[in-house]
Design a protein. Structure first.
Length: 208
């Protein structure tokens, strides 16, 4: 067995918090981290009745404190809140009525490895919303989900293909200055350090 995953458990009311901690305490794959040692936790688990403003504030606060991996246990989540939950940093969601100590520990392990886990119906609704966002909001403005314009995406794709600035300009019928300006804007916006970093970004965003 590998090292235990350090996890911080949060619920607004003490009874729910005690129940959450009891589910995790005796799981061999995780170890509970108290709030005073919050920085040691790799994953935070938040239990809530529903996704309301208070829940979103808790998630946002944990994200600001450095948590990139948040697991949310919730009784109800409305369709209109799905994107908000993902934006808040949640990578795994499970309904409280469906959770067991073992399944929760498994979710924590997956989250620690960077895996996202959502119920199939929630994932389907989320993908529908993302598709609608792309077609109704971003595409009419020439944008993609990554925040790139079509021009920037095309330039990054050719960077990934190994073309230099002049070759990209020729391929896309742009001026060299236009290509340089676009690459500079993208590099600043997404904090890309060099061409290799740009290629990695293009891969991650599914451009290539």
């Amino acid at each position: 067995m590998g090292a235990r995953v350090p996890v911080y458990a949060f619920a607004a009311d003490p009874i729910s918090r005690a129940g959450l901690e009891s589910q995790l305490r005796f799981q061999p794959s995780v170890t509970l981290v108290p709030e005073e040692r919050l920085a040691e936790a790799a994953v935070a688990v938040v239990a809530a009745e529903t996704v309301d403003d208070a829940t979103l504030r808790v998630l946002a606060d944990l994200k600001r404190r450095g948590f990139a991996r948040l697991v949310l246990l919730v009784n109800t989540v409305h369709d209109s809140d799905l994107l908000k939950v993902i934006e808040a940093g949640v990578c795994a969601l499970i309904r409280r009525t469906e959770v067991t100590a073992a399944s929760l520990a498994a979710l924590v392990e997956k989250a620690a490895c960077g895996e996202a886990t959502l119920p199939s119906d929630v994932l389907a609704k989320l993908l529908t919303q993302v598709s609608r966002l792309q077609s109704d909001v971003l595409a009419p403005r020439g944008l993609r989900l990554a925040g790139l314009t079509d021009r920037e995406a095309a330039i990054l794709t050719l960077v990934a293909d190994g073309l230099d600035t002049g070759e990209i300009a020729s391929e896309l019928s742009y001026s060299v200055r236009t290509v340089k300006n676009a690459l500079h804007d993208v590099s600043v916006r997404f904090q890309l350090r060099n061409r290799s970093h740009a290629v990695a970004f293009a891969l991650r965003e599914g451009l290539i």
